[in-house]
Design a protein around this ligand. Structure first.
Ligand code: NI
Length: 248
C-alpha cells in the first residue's frame, strides 16, 4: 500500500525512523515551503520507501522568493522526487492574497508542464478557481489531495482525468458528502492518503496520524464501494504507481 500524501517532518515527529519503519509499504512526503522541501530531499535520500513531492502551499505564498522556485527547479529531476506539491488555492482565511495565490499556483503548474511532472493540489473553499486553473493545463496530471467538495464538482474533475486523494475524513461520522463522492467516482480515480500528522482516521481521530493508518482508509472505501479491502489496496496502489510514475 502507498500513502500518497503525508508530512513526516521533524517539527511533528520525535522519531521519524520509527514512523517510516512502521509503514508496510511506501509513502510520498509532501513539502509545503523552502524548509520542508529541503527536508523532503533529505528523507527520500535516506529511506528507500519514501518518495517526495516539493512545492509551495497556498498558505505559504507570502514567503516565496526566487530561492523558493530555485529549490524546486534544482531538485525536480531527482529520481525520487515524483511531482510538484503541495500547491493550490486556499481561501479559508480570506482572499487578500488571491492574486498572489493564483500567480504561484500557475508558476508551479508551469514547472509541472515543463518537466512533465504530476501535481498534488490543496484546494480549500476555492474549488471553482482551482477547476478553472487546472483546465488551463490539460497536459498536467492532477491529484486533488484531501478532496472535500461536492459530487457535482467531482464529476467534472473525473472528466478531466483528475485523481482524488481520500484520507481519514472518510471515516468521520459527518463525512456524508465525501462518502457520496467515493461511492460514485471510479476506484481507478482514487488515491489513498493520510495527510499525517493531521486527520487521523477513526478510531484514532484527534491523535497524531501516521502512514500505516492508510489501511483504515482502504477498509472504509471497501465498505462504501462493497469491494474486498485487498482489491481496494491493489487497485489504489496501481493508481499511485501510474499517477506518480513510481519505479515499483
Ligand atoms: Ni497536506
Amino acid at each position: 500500500m502507498i500513502d500518497t500524501h503525508c508530512h513526516i517532518f521533524s517539527e511533528y515527529y520525535d522519531n521519524i525512523e520509527e514512523v517510516v519503519n512502521k509503514m508496510n509499504g511506501y509513502m510520498i512526503v509532501a513539502g509545503c515551503d523552502d524548509k520542508t522541501n529541503l527536508e523532503v530531499i533529505d528523507l527520500v535520500s535516506k529511506y528507500d520507501k519514501v518518495y517526495g513531492v516539493i512545492g509551495i502551499q497556498p498558505e505559504e505564498v507570502s514567503q516565496v522568493t526566487n530561492k523558493s522556485i530555485k529549490i524546486i527547479e534544482e531538485n525536480i529531476n531527482h529520481p525520487k522526487i515524483v511531482g510538484i506539491g503541495e500547491i493550490g488555492l486556499d481561501y479559508h482565511y480570506g482572499i487578500d492574497d488571491i492574486d498572489k495565490q493564483k500567480d504561484i499556483f500557475r508558476t508551479m503548474l508551469d514547472l509541472a508542464s515543463k518537466y512533465h511532472k504530476p501535481v498534488v493540489i490543496h484546494s480549500r473553499d476555492a474549488i471553482k478557481d482551482t477547476y478553472d486553473i487546472i483546465r488551463e493545463y490539460p497536459d498536467v496530471k492532477c491529484d486533488l489531495h484531501c478532496y472535500s467538495s461536492s459530487l457535482e464538482m467531482a464529476r467534472e474533475f473525473v472528466k478531466l482525468g483528475c485523481m482524488f486523494g481520500i484520507g481519514g475524513v472518510i471515516t468521520f461520522k459527518n463525512a456524508k458528502k465525501l462518502v457520496e463522492v467515493v461511492r460514485e467516482i471510479p476506484i481507478e480515480n482514487i488515491l489513498l492518503e493520510t495527510d499525517s500528522p493531521y486527520l487521523s482516521p477513526e478510531p484514532y481521530r484527534g491523535q497524531p496520524n501516521n502512514p500505516s493508518n492508510v489501511y483504515l482508509i482502504a477498509q472504509k472505501i471497501a465498505e462504501i464501494k462493497d469491494m474486498d479491502v485487498s482489491e481496494v489496496l491493489k487497485i489504489t496502489t496501481e493508481n499511485a504507481i501510474r499517477q506518480f510514475d513510481l519505479p515499483l
